[in-house]
Design a protein around this ligand. Structure first.
Ligand SMILES: Nc1ncnc2c1ncn2[C@@H]1O[C@H](COP(=O)(O)OP(=O)(O)OP(=O)(O)O)[C@@H](O)[C@H]1O
Length: 252
């Protein structure tokens, strides 16, 4: 379980997180929604210990991240898989080399064991036999799936997804959502998915939280999300032009 307690973060005079409180339960698929720039990625980076809060703290399975940082960074990294927005593959490496990277860095597995593990994960994401391809030979959706295979190569407990369906056609987006659901069921990972793709939210979420002006203003089920009487949440979820949130005028 992850407990985020009163998390605060500013950059110079820009306040991004104003005291975020959030519990993430084992085995659930939690979706974090919110407008562009509201701090969703900043929140993920705190969970991954890539950013440190100004105030507040995070517990991973009851252990404060700060303590893990000092004790054993590898322990933390092993617990988490992360699918970056752009999949973040190394162009000069093959699919297999990209996926195997964490195994080479952090384990003593033999080459044969690594090959087997890579093949197993590629099978899981629906790309068996693609080991020797280079990222330039893959479609956007395939790249995401390779990124996902890399995210789960260390058999993490938690997988964090930063906008997994952005830039994909609707069919490929549905495909990635299906994979997120499958991984959750098959390998029992806890998933945190940051997105503003509302179709994706409907397909994957067990629970949804909405971040707005540095705070969590909604925390509930899909049914509760779509029937909320919070005007800000309602405007976002139903993509309404009119409402309490005024889009900034476009300047030409
Ligand atoms: N390292 C940083 N230094 C300064 N400002 C930052 C840094 N990282 C994020 N920010 C700012 O924090 C705010 C929140 O950024 P974040 O990337 O978390 O937004 P987001 O909700 O993920 O947006 P999007 O949906 O567009 O990806 C933005 O205003 C951004 O400019």
């Amino acid at each position: 379980m992850i407990n985020i307690v009163n998390l605060k973060k500013s950059f110079d005079d820009k306040v991004v997180l104003r005291g975020v409180n959030l519990d993430i339960y084992d085995g659930e698929k939690l979706v974090v929604i919110g407008r562009s720039g509201c701090g969703k990625s900043v929140l993920l980076k705190h969970i991954l210990n890539l950013m440190q809060p100004d105030d507040g703290y995070i517990l991973i399975d009851d252990v404060p991240i700060k303590k893990i940082r000092q004790k054993d960074l590898f322990f933390l990294r092993k617990q988490f898989g992360f699918l970056f927005q752009g999949a973040a593959l190394f162009d000069s490496m093959t699919v297999a080399e990209n996926i195997a990277l964490p195994l080479h860095e952090h384990t003593n597995l033999t080459d044969k064991e690594i090959r087997l593990k890579v093949a197993e994960k590629l099978e899981m994401v629906g790309l068996p036999g693609t080991e020797k391809l280079y990222p330039s030979e893959l479609s956007g959706g395939m790249k995401k799936r390779v990124g996902l295979a890399r995210a789960i190569i260390m058999d993490p407990k938690y997988v964090l997804y930063d906008e997994p369906t952005t830039g994909l056609d609707p069919i490929m987006a549905a495909n990635i959502d299906h994979l997120i659901n499958e991984l959750n069921e098959k390998i029992k990972v806890t998933s945190v998915i940051v997105t503003h793709d509302m179709q994706s939210v409907s397909r994957v979420a067990d629970r949804v939280v909405m971040l707005h002006m540095g705070k969590i203003i909604f925390n509930g089920s899909l049914d509760e999300l779509y029937s909320t009487d919070n005007a800000v949440v309602d405007q976002f979820v139903h993509a309404k032009m009119e409402g309490p949130v005024k889009p900034k005028p476009v300047k030409y």
